[in-house]
Design a protein around this ligand. Structure first.
Ligand code: COA
Length: 187
């Protein structure tokens, strides 16, 4: 994989870098995850917010790729996104029942988050562009959301629509959720 290292600048002039996650970020990442508000934590929970949870997520044959947004000059993690090859088992079962025709072998899975006081700043969009380019460089053509998104998460749904995601279907799991997907590649 190509080295990920991009500058970002938010709508309100804050700056930093978008980098591939590596073990040297584990402490800063844990601090970030534990600083998320109850609201954000109720929306974003791809793995336990512990050292072990982080480590397990990046180990083994199903390992995800991680991306961190680091504020400059402090180096604090202010955003975190995951890209996983393929679909999670539960997501794959639902997508098999939809008629959008995605091919699991061409599909990857995305989960984004940014710190509460960075939401709405344009950082998430820049994080997505880096994840998207990595997915394309890895040969993926479609992307789905990790576990869908809660129907009550209006900010996230607006964000995904703005990026070009479509709704694939709805499902019940601790309330109503939407599956959303995007074609990364113009066929
Ligand atoms: C979901 C999340 C990543 C979206 O990030 P964000 O900070 O809103 O995204 P950005 O500021 O980069 O906005 C990107 C685009 O979405 C648009 N957008 C964001 N919120 C919007 C809203 N409420 N209504 C309409 N458009 C909105 C922005 O206008 C922007 O479009 P533009 O660049 O063309 O102006 C962020 O809110 C977050 O981390 N939430 C908590 C965790 C979470 O819910 N994760 C997703 C789980 S499925």
């Amino acid at each position: 994989m190509k080295q990920t290292d991009h500058q970002f600048a938010t709508n309100d002039g804050r700056r930093g870098r978008l980098l591939a996650y590596g073990p040297s970020f584990s402490g800063a990442l844990l601090t970030y995850l534990l600083s998320l508000s109850t609201e954000s934590r109720s929306r974003f929970g791809p793995h336990p917010f512990t050292e072990e949870g982080i480590e397990a997520n990046f180990a083994g044959p199903d390992a995800a790729l991680g991306f961190v947004a680091c504020e400059e000059p402090s180096g604090a993690v202010v955003g975190y996104a995951l890209l996983k090859p393929g679909l999670l088992d539960a997501d794959a079962l639902r997508y098999a029942g939809y008629s959008n025709g995605i091919l699991p072998e061409e599909t990857c899975t995305f989960a984004p988050s940014v710190a509460d006081n960075w939401q709405g700043s344009g950082l998430a969009r820049q994080l997505f562009e880096v994840v998207k380019q990595t997915a394309l460089d890895s040969g993926f053509r479609t992307m789905v959301l990790w576990g869908g998104t809660q129907a009550t998460n209006a900010r996230a749904i607006a964000f995904y629509r703005r990026l070009g995601f479509h709704e694939a279907g709805r499902f019940e799991h601790n309330g109503s959720n939407l599956d959303m997907w995007i074609e990364l590649w113009d066929r």
